[in-house]
Design a protein around this ligand. Structure first.
Ligand SMILES: C[S@@+](CC[C@H](N)C(=O)[O-])C[C@H]1O[C@@H](n2cnc3c(N)ncnc32)[C@H](O)[C@@H]1O
Length: 539
């Protein structure tokens, strides 16, 4: 899971940016920015407070975020990790990297994937998409730059601007000449006129090739290795060591093969899944009526009573204020089905052990119909803040208690026993590869051992909070057996006081494994991959 990976957010100053690449023929001109030596002696920092209203703020912010992610180890969804704090600093990062500020972006522009999956062209779309398609985009840029040497000499910021332009034209199919103009302006102002000319030339070439349907794409020819590389480019997937390797063609193992199959089938996000907030008295029938009035095409979820599927028109829904008013929220059905496995009933006491940012807490709370309590525990303060805000917005805060703590310490110190306990454990996120753009490039297989140990420790801690006859649910958003079935088997060996309660009473049979667990798979079910096991305490 994200939090286990490096989370250091540092922006390279301009000197470092230039150092990161060889001198470029595009880098020869003076950027014309005033700079002085940093008090920390780390090279020049820009003194300017220049506000530039001509440059597209979305693209400027996106370019800077891409720099932070690629060179500073920040995440594509970095605001989710840190709550609003990162957003407040956004313009500081922009100014330090580009030398000027842009129009400030509001919350709707900036806030992010987990609670509001954006289906419009916001910063997160551009950043997420550009990262997701990086290998594919770089292949095209290289082809249009005439050779590896030229490509390698492109300075990092210029490369990000090109990637943004390529992504917008090739994947988002935005009006090409507007894209060209905006990215040329950004390159000119942030770098220098020559950089703008270069962006102009390359993007225009791309537009022509796309219009003629003759993009220079790799073909599936040659030996296994060559074909694997071509596939990796077409699906924008890493082949290097330390990343998710390509399966099957080079004989890697089952979990990796499944992960990539997922990716191949769904390189782009499928539907938006929206949950009507029945806790606020807003039923799915109410939601459907509003969607009909807004002319937003939708389908009813076949699996969950409160859920609706939306293919297009998410932006219309957002503009109508349905999300802002807390009437509904974006939530994948795989997460909703985990709540079905918990099966919250009015009057129950439930502990959500790893609760933030709160998707499942909020759904469970809405199921209590105002009677009972969900105690939401999480170690991450920023994410807890998001949970609290959402609980208020959705008017379910009367049945939610938030506890900022390390579950392991909390369980040792507090001898509370609840009817039901959910442990939605930190995991690799292999079930959500199609949404988590950065994961495929950042995941390190060495982290897995550490992650599995944490999952075991958290399961032990969560089990201490379950009363006799009570229920424990262990869930992940991974499709990797090492994090799922193997963790369950190890837990049962350590805890004979628990036995498996098959989930067939709670979710459609299509999701029930032969051992009685819940398992969703993006390829099979067109929702995120997830897993849940339900145990009952018998001793
Ligand atoms: C998969 S996410 C939970 C998602 C959440 N259940 C939801 O539906 O929105 C895992 C969470 O575990 C939390 N976490 C990790 N280690 C923890 C610990 N030792 N104690 C409590 N929470 C922890 C992380 O902060 C993260 O928010």
């Amino acid at each position: 899971m994200a939090y286990l990976l490096s989370n250091s957010i540092r922006v390279l100053n301009s000197a470092e940016l230039y150092k990161a690449s060889k001198p470029s023929k595009f880098a020869n001109e003076n950027r014309g920015l005033k700079s002085t030596t940093s008090p920390r002696g780390r090279g020049p920092v820009h003194k300017t407070q220049k506000l530039n209203l001509e440059v597209s703020p979305h693209r400027a912010v996106s370019a800077v975020r891409l720099m932070r992610i690629e060179f500073g180890g920040a995440f594509a969804d970095l605001l989710n990790e840190n709550g609003k704090g990162s957003g407040d600093n956004e313009m500081g990062y922009v100014e330090r990297t580009l030398g000027f500020r842009t129009r400030a972006l509001d919350d709707r522009d900036l806030r992010l994937v987990l609670l509001f999956i954006p289906f419009s062209y916001f910063v997160t779309d551009i950043v997420g998409g550009t990262i997701r398609w990086r290998r594919y985009l770089d292949h095209l840029i290289l082809a249009l730059c005439h050779g590896e040497n030229t490509f390698r000499s492109i300075e990092p910021l210029l490369l990000q601007i090109l990637r943004i332009g390529f992504y917008e034209i090739v994947q988002l199919e935005m009006p090409p000449y507007a894209v060209v103009d905006e990215n040329v302006r950004l390159a000119k102002v942030a770098l220098r006129p020559g950089a703008g000319n270069m962006v102009n030339g390359v993007l225009r070439k791309l537009v022509l090739l796309k219009e003629n349907n003759s993009l220079p794409l790799p073909t599936l020819e040659g030996n296994d290795r060559a074909q694997a590389r071509a596939l990796a480019t077409l699906y924008s997937h890493p082949v290097e060591n330390n990343s998710l390797p390509l399966p099957t063609l080079e004989g890697n193992d089952r979990a990796q093969a499944r992960a990539l199959a997922t990716l191949y089938s769904h390189p782009v996000v499928f539907n938006a899944y929206v949950r009507a907030n029945s806790g606020k008295g807003f039923t799915r029938a109410d939601l459907v009526m509003r969607l009909q009035m807004l002319k937003v095409p939708h389908d009813i979820s076949p699996y969950l009573n409160d859920f609706v599927r939306i293919k297009t028109g998410m932006q219309i829904m957002m503009q109508a204020g349905l999300l802002k008013e807390g009437l509904c929220s974006v939530q994948d059905e795989s997460a909703g089905l985990i709540v079905s496995v918990v099966d919250p009933q009015p009057g129950e006491s439930i502990i959500d052990c790893c609760a933030a940012p709160g998707g499942k807490t909020l759904f469970m709370a809405s199921r209590l119909s105002g009677r009972g309590v969900v105690s939401a525990i999480d170690i991450n303060k920023g994410r807890m803040r998001i949970l609290k805000e959402a609980a208020k917005l959705q008017q379910v805060d009367d049945v939610i208690t938030t506890i900022h703590a390390d579950l392991r310490i909390y369980a040792d110190d507090n001898h509370v026993k609840s009817d039901k306990v959910l442990l939605d454990a930190p995991c690799s996120g292999l079930g959500v590869l199609s949404k988590r753009a950065d994961l495929r490039w950042n995941r390190r297989w060495e982290d897995m051992e550490q992650l599995k140990n944490l999952q075991d420790e958290l399961l032990d801690a969560a089990s201490m909070l379950v009363k006799l006859g009570g229920v424990l649910v262990y869930s992940t958003c991974s499709i990797d057996p090492e994090e799922n079935e193997e963790r369950v088997a190890a837990f049962l060996l350590r805890h004979p006081e628990f036995c498996i309660d098959p989930v067939d009473k709670y979710v459609p049979t299509d999701f029930v494994t032969e051992h009685g667990f819940y398992s969703s798979n993006p390829v099979k079910h067109s929702i995120d991959g997830a897993f849940a096991a339900r145990f009952v305490r018998s001793l």
